[in-house]
Design a binder for this molecule. Structure first.
Ligand code: TYC
Length: 102
């Protein structure tokens, strides 16, 4: 045991036994009322997208009804969903966001 810890092999054994944490997609929903420019700013602010990428994602959501903003661990995904919902509520837009395990 002491030897394993000294040479690091115990740590390696534990690491290889552990499953990687599940990942979650953050999904943005289309609606008929939220302004396109607002969605672009939300994507830039919450998901650190550049303006072009944010515009592409917004248009995909607008045309297809839903789109992926990013993939994160559970806590990070939940925090981003909350940020989107909070900012939408603050500006009284119906924009909705959710998360789904990959
Ligand atoms: N459909 C909205 C409009 O025409 C724009 C929009 C895009 C809203 C993406 C939400 O997640 C969304 N103003």
């Amino acid at each position: 045991m002491a030897n394993q810890q000294q040479d690091g092999s115990l740590l390696e054994a534990v690491k290889t036994r552990l499953k990687p944490p599940p990942l979650y997609k953050v999904l943005l929903m289309n609606d008929d009322y939220t302004p396109m420019d607002f969605v672009v700013v939300v994507l830039q602010t919450v998901f650190a997208m550049g303006r072009e990428k944010a515009t592409q994602v917004m248009l995909q959501v607008h045309r297809e009804g839903m789109g992926v903003c990013g993939t994160y661990t559970r806590e990070v995904a939940a925090a981003k969903v909350d940020q989107v919902i909070d900012i939408a509520r603050k500006y009284q837009h119906p924009l909705q966001c959710t998360m789904e395990e990959t």
